[in-house]
Write a protein that binds this ligand. Structure first.
Ligand code: PRP
Length: 213
């Protein structure tokens, strides 16, 4: 049995065409079913639905043989023990620094003031500001980062930006683009050895179906 870990939403939706290219069709719709383990048209392949941030953990410990996870989540997890064969070029967005539209970020950075930064991406943010030589006090949040500058909890946030609509709706502006994000395939290394005969053709089919743009 091959177990694939996916998170609901964009990653699930955008992984479906890649699965199809490998001859795999998921038989349930995660938006309507309450099931967390979904069958496919292949009796030897199943999908488990987990939180995005849990995908690397499932694959690392063998709860799943492979999974699809955003580069942001992978960096925060550390990626240890995971074979990362493929950038799937899906679920694309970016991680950026944003501030209130009336906050003078450039001056704050130039003057060497300590910045209070709220984010769930603490590893990415820490590395970014350390490389810039900016001192930061990090405030760990788990969601709705946009509220932090509006309520005075932080000067800046490090968050995912896709269309930019959420920032705009909350009077925030993007002041630095830290990195582009896309979803990656991660594979359990032991599974690749033990189930290679089934896994390798799947990986090849995914690789052949990745959009190049
Ligand atoms: C992300 C991010 C922003 C929003 C940005 O949240 O945290 O809130 O998307 O998208 P936009 O630029 O197109 O407006 P998501 O819905 O992925 O959920 P999350 O808060 O769990 O990250």
């Amino acid at each position: 049995m091959i177990t694939l870990a996916l998170s609901k939403g964009r990653i699930f939706d955008e992984t479906l065409p890649l699965l199809k290219a490998a001859g795999i069709e998921v038989l349930d719709d995660p938006e309507t079913t309450r099931k967390l383990m979904l069958a496919t048209n292949r009796p030897d392949v199943r999908v488990v639905l987990v939180r995005a941030s849990d995908v690397p953990t499932y694959v690392e410990y063998g709860g799943a043989d492979l999974g699809v996870v955003g580069k942001d989540t992978l960096i925060e997890h550390g990626g240890q023990g995971l074979y990362q064969p493929l950038d799937l070029n899906i679920a694309k967005c970016r991680v950026s620094v944003a501030v209130r539209d009336d906050f003078d970020y450039a001056t704050a950075v130039r003057s060497g003031s300590r910045l209070r930064v709220a984010t769930k991406y603490t590893a990415i943010a820490r590395t970014f500001f350390a490389e810039k030589g900016v001192h930061v006090d990090m405030v760990k949040l788990y969601g709705s980062m946009e509220l932090a500058p509006l309520t005075g909890l932080a000067d800046a946030i490090v968050d995912m930006v896709s269309t930019g609509n959420t920032l705009k709706a909350n009077h925030l502006v993007e002041v630095e683009r830290i990195m582009d994000i896309s979803a990656r395939l991660v594979v359990n290394q032991a599974a690749l050895k033990l189930k290679g005969a089934v896994l390798r053709p799947m990986l090849e089919a995914f690789a052949g179906a990745v959009r190049k743009d």
